[in-house]
Design a protein around this ligand. Structure first.
Ligand code: SAH
Ligand code: SF4
Ligand code: F3S
Length: 484
């Protein structure tokens, strides 16, 4: 097989990070990343969190099967959460799939792919969970291992002109021990395993040296970093007793790092020291994604979330006392088994009490093997759909009001890429403010000192702006050099 590859990524930021690592590792071994029509190897990195993303994987593989009939020899590798779930089943259903790898197996995927390129009959499954965080080959400093471009459909930034990686995502842990009743993640990503702090700090330093201005620390449940009770040399031992708050402090102290973020947090584990950090660490951004999931105590209990409304509201109050401009966002599920209209009204009520800036809301989706699969009664589709619309319409109103309140304010934007929006004679760049809100910045060339607006030097620059106008889900701004 010719060593050309194309990666399609579904799912969360962890999968995006995994695909990025795999692409760098392959490029450093002499593989070439190509557009889809030139690739002999397709890597499909998959998500299983709800039924819909799982179905997308089968339709993508169905599409590749049709393509493979025209291009015999085309090979696919399936990674991520659906691969962990279905495993070797993919070999039977789609014979051109010759590698399946799970979240721990990915560390060995580059070797496996080299073998497949040599041996056309080989089939490899990398599905074992390991006892400790599987530290992967450091690909950041290898020659040739540049950040490859991502497939625009795969959840990558919706940019027209990608630029230098001003933002980096750094894994600090893998897996999850919470077993929330609806969630498949603990089965697909395995038990929680913290990564050694030296490895986290080394990667962060390298990223900053390579031009990253913003780092997001990643894990399914970052607040329990270092608390995993696993075998010697892992978890609490690996983290050397260092908790998440201390890790944040050490990363924040890296010279040249302008912004630090982290995701995702579980409310039950948020430490007072982490809350205080929002008021103390200058480069820790005032933004927190704190999944609430439901507003009814009875539903939270059945979900196994281990906090109630009162506790969640108390955390929010403490956070806002530490950092009054904190932008809070959340995840919500409607139609969990047994959710009645009264329960749902409690979710609407929490939305109004907390006034989240934005939220991701989902209809409950039955996943194989999770506790909620056996819970009754299931909420009918039409009822779930209607609740979702009511919830989203309430959120849209709140989002609009919170964005509107920012009009006229001055803030900083870290530019990410040229924006889709380009008006005649004007260039717009897209970036984010410290709260994580998307800002489109108007760029009249003459007022941007030392930058070439046609190229990428703007990318990764922090610029001062004034917010001109709130759009439905983003902000429009102009530069305001020297006006402050
Ligand atoms: N570890 C993260 C997020 C995991 S998945 C956390 O705990 O916050 C991302 C979101 O998907 C969850 O927050 C939840 O809102 C949603 N989700 C997970 N399983 C789901 C299911 N079976 N049906 C609908 N939504 C689900
Ligand atoms: Fe899933 Fe809960 Fe773990 Fe998040 S904390 S990944 S929702 S089990
Ligand atoms: Fe999806 Fe797995 Fe991430 S289920 S959300 S890709 S952890």
């Amino acid at each position: 097989m010719d060593k050309t590859f194309h990666i399609v990524t579904f799912g969360c930021q962890m999968n995006v990070g995994d695909s990025d690592w795999l692409a760098r590792a392959l490029v450093s071994r002499g593989w070439r990343q190509t557009p889809e029509q030139d690739a002999w190897l397709f890597v499909v990195n998959t998500c299983s969190v709800r039924d819909k993303p799982e179905q997308k994987v089968y339709s993508e593989l169905g599409r590749l099967a049709a393509y493979q009939r025209k291009k015999p020899g085309l090979t696919a590798a399936v990674g991520g959460c659906v691969a962990q779930q279905i495993g070797r089943g993919f070999f039977e259903r789609f014979p051109f799939v010759r590698l399946v790898f799970g979240s721990d197996g990915i560390a060995a995927a580059p070797d496996a792919l080299d073998r497949l390129a040599e041996d056309a009959s080989a089939r490899i499954a990398l599905l074992e969970f390991l006892g400790a965080y599987p530290e992967r080959q450091d690909v950041l400093t290898l020659p040739g291992a540049v950040t490859p471009a991502f497939d625009a459909d795969a959840g990558a930034p919706d940019a027209d002109v990608p630029g230098k990686p001003a933002q980096a995502f750094v894994n600090i842990m893998q897996g999850c021990d919470n077993f929330c009743a609806y969630c498949i993640v603990p089965y697909t990503r395995g038990r929680q395993k913290s990564r050694a702090p030296e490895a986290v700090l080394d990667e962060c330093r390298t990223r900053v040296e390579q031009g990253a201005r913003e780092i997001t620390l990643l894990g399914q449940n970052v607040n329990s970093y270092g608390l995993d009770p696993t075998a010697t040399g892992t978890g609490a031992d690996a983290a050397g007793g260092l908790g998440f708050a201390e890790l944040l402090r050490q990363v924040a102290a890296i010279p040249g790092l302008l912004r630090l973020r982290f995701t995702t947090s579980h409310p039950k584990d948020i430490d007072p020291a982490v809350i205080r950090a929002f008021g103390e660490l200058e480069n820790l951004c005032p933004a927190l994604h704190l999944p609430l999931q439901a507003g009814s105590d009875a539903v939270l209990k059945r979900m196994g979330r281990k906090y109630d409304r009162a506790r969640y509201l108390a955390i929010v109050a403490d956070l806002r006392a530490a950092r009054p401009d904190l932008a809070l966002t959340t995840d919500l599920i409607v139609g969990f088994p047994g959710e009645g209209e009264d329960d749902f009204l409690q979710t609407l009520d929490m939305m109004e009490l907390v006034r989240f800036e934005s939220s991701f809301s989902f209809r409950y989706s039955d996943r194989p093997g999770v506790a909620a699969q056996r819970m009754q009664p299931k909420v009918p589709d039409a009822v779930g759909q209607e609740r979702l619309l009511r919830l989203q319409s309430l959120q849209n109103g709140i989002t609009k009001q919170t964005l509107k309140a920012l009009e006229g304010r001055e803030t900083d934007v870290l530019l990410e890429a040229m924006s889709r929006r380009q008006d005649e004679g004007e260039t717009f760049w897209r970036g984010r403010d410290p709260g994580g809100r998307v800002v489109n910045v108007r760029m009249p060339g003459e007022r941007m000192p030392g930058a070439d607006i046609a190229g990428s030097p703007l990318c990764g620059q922090m610029v001062p702006v004034r917010i001109l106008e709130a759009k439905n889900h983003s902000l429009l701004a102009e530069l305001c050099w020297g006006k402050r």
